[in-house]
Design a protein around this ligand. Structure first.
Ligand SMILES: Nc1ncnc2c1ncn2[C@@H]1O[C@H](COP(=O)(O)OP(=O)(O)OP(=O)(O)O)[C@@H](O)[C@H]1O
Ligand SMILES: [Mg+2]
Length: 508
């Protein structure tokens, strides 16, 4: 392959990086051409983000060298990387919540002291321009903290687009985006590619890798195991390279819930007076119910209203026939309703606490003595058991969650819920940022829990996940139920038609 050579825009040779005793990268070679979209793939914890952080100067490699246009460079930090023409869109949104959209987008200029020369009107105008390029109509004067996660992600991307870079790195940019938003992003990426910019694209989504990328590099356990063109290859082949084995049956077999099995959760006419306008449904014991809908349709708000994170203005929630009074989330938890938020960083895990304390944080009774004393050994045991179940990759359960890769942080968030032994699990985007192998494991775990009688609700923006995993799907539009599809009726088209309001469901 003519991958390496003077034509490479960016070249990494023999990059190694350790964090304490653990080796994140071992002798990684990588090359990026001008005008290509180069996919970087690998399981959670394979070292993708670490490698990109090295290119951005956030980490210094222990060994190896970086060449830019054939010239050896030592990258001091992100500001230096930026001057060299390297831009990185981080996996985790790292914006300043109190600052406005425009201030965040132009933070590098503001920090460089150039802001004094500019007035805010021009900041706002330029921010609006770059957001329009992404097909967005976000108000540049709005504080970022008030935006949805997908809009925040788009602001993060817009920020990189203003940098005028030669190398653009995107670390799972579409994990929080809708299909339309992703499509707009890809249009911009293809434009940039045509202008000769080299793009490194990290994603766990096979479809977009095969549609938009030219070459792929695969990392496994911190080593590169493959680099080559995507044309002529298949998703199965790529997955095998990442995982080192065939994955076999991707989705667990569905369970036909016995007609007689009664509802575990009954939600009647629930409304929060803002985003949820009278939703009713029943969840059977042992069933996995999918909740589909477009971003902003009110799916997360519905889940939040059910479990007390939003105030219900009307409606009732019954668990196993008993009407519940849920005023706050702890009421729901006590009754056995657990919720996984889609916003992992803000609500899912305590980043600066160890894995073990995270896992037990909502189930302290399980790891305390009869006298109510917390027992660290029990806490560690619980975290180890659940960690093993979820195939969590970490150096023990005493390490802080912040040092885990993104996908492994998601597994901690899930372990934390499972620790509560819930009878109803509300999972909002449970496999976001999770690699293909682990995703399949999470699906199997959800099915296993369902088979044990737990009622499982999965909110997902990935239609194949709804179709492959769920026994039934509820489609939400404008805070109401737009329709309901049984397993055999679920197709991407049928779900989308209901979600977008192209058709009202014909009543049988
Ligand atoms: N700051 C850090 N301190 C300690 N260990 C770290 C740190 N950053 C990363 N690691 C470790 O390095 C390894 C590689 O992590 P990295 O974040 O690069 O994985 P990744 O391929 O990006 O995974 P994901 O798909 O989950 O985002 C992991 O074992 C992780 O725990
Ligand atoms: Mg990562």
């Amino acid at each position: 392959m003519s991958a390496v050579g003077p034509s490479a825009l960016l070249e990494l040779r023999g990059i190694s990086k350790r964090f304490g005793a653990s080796r994140a990268l071992s002798g990684v070679d990588f090359s990026l051409h001008a005008g290509e979209i180069h996919a970087l793939c690998g399981e959670n914890g394979a070292g993708k983000s670490t490698l990109m952080n090295i290119i951005d100067g956030i980490h210094r490699p222990d060994e190896g060298e970086i060449l830019l246009n054939g010239q050896k460079v030592v990258i001091d930090g992100p500001a230096h990387a930026m001057r060299l023409g390297i831009g990185l869109v981080h996996q985790e949104i790292a914006l300043c919540a109190d600052a406005t959209v425009a201030e965040n987008i132009f933070m590098p200029e503001i920090n460089a002291g150039k802001a004094a020369w500019m007035n805010y009107a021009s900041f706002n105008e330029r921010a609006a321009q770059v957001l329009r390029r992404l097909g967005q109509d976000i108000d540049p004067a709005m504080p970022v903290g008030e935006l949805s996660i997908s809009s925040q992600q788009l602001v993060e991307i817009a920020k990189a687009l203003t940098l005028d870079c030669k190398v653009l790195i995107l670390d799972e940019p579409t994990a929080a985006l809708t299909d339309n938003e992703s499509a707009a992003l890809f249009r911009v990426l293809h434009d940039l590619k045509a202008q000769g910019i080299g793009i490194i694209y990290i994603s766990h989504r096979m479809a977009e890798i095969f549609t938009h990328c030219d070459r792929v590099t695969v990392l496994r356990d911190g080593r590169n195991v493959h680099c080559g063109p995507l044309a002529g290859s298949t998703p199965d082949e790529l997955v095998r390279r990442m995982v080192g084995r065939d994955l076999g049956n991707y989705y667990p077999p569905k369970q036909s819930v016995a007609e007689s099995s009664g509802p575990v959760l009954e939600v009647s006419d629930i409304a929060d007076g803002e985003r949820v306008h009278g939703v009713s449904f029943a969840l059977k014991r042992g069933e996995i119910l999918g909740i589909a809908g477009l971003m902003g349709a009110g799916r997360s708000e519905l889940a939040e209203t059910i479990c007390g994170l939003r105030v219900a203005r009307r409606g009732t929630v019954r668990l196993a026939g008993k009407a519940l009074t849920i005023r706050k989330y702890s009421d729901a938890l006590r009754e056995g309703i657990a919720y996984l938020s889609e916003d992992r960083k803000a609500a899912g895990v305590f980043l600066d606490l160890p894995i073990a304390q995270n896992v037990s944080s909502m189930a302290l009774g399980r790891v305390s003595s009869a006298w109510g004393l917390l027992q660290r050994s029990a806490e560690h045991k619980l975290a180890k058991t659940l960690g093993a179940k979820l195939n969590l990759k970490s150096d023990g359960v005493a390490i802080e969650v912040s040092s885990l890769s993104g996908g492994n942080q998601q597994k901690v968030a899930i372990a934390k819920l499972l620790a509560t032994n819930p009878s109803v699990l509300l999972m909002d985007e449970p496999t976001r940022g999770v690699d293909v192998g682990a995703k399949s494991e999470i699906h199997h775990i959800l099915r296993e829990l369902a088979n044990q009688g737990v009622g499982v609700i999965v909110i997902s923006s990935e239609l194949p996940e709804i179709i492959g995993l769920c026994d039934r799907a509820l489609v939400i539009r404008d805070g109401q139920v737009a329709g309901e599809l049984e397993s055999n009726e679920m197709t991407e088209e049928a779900l989308l038609r209901l979600a977008s309001g192209l058709c009202e469901q014909e009543t049988a």
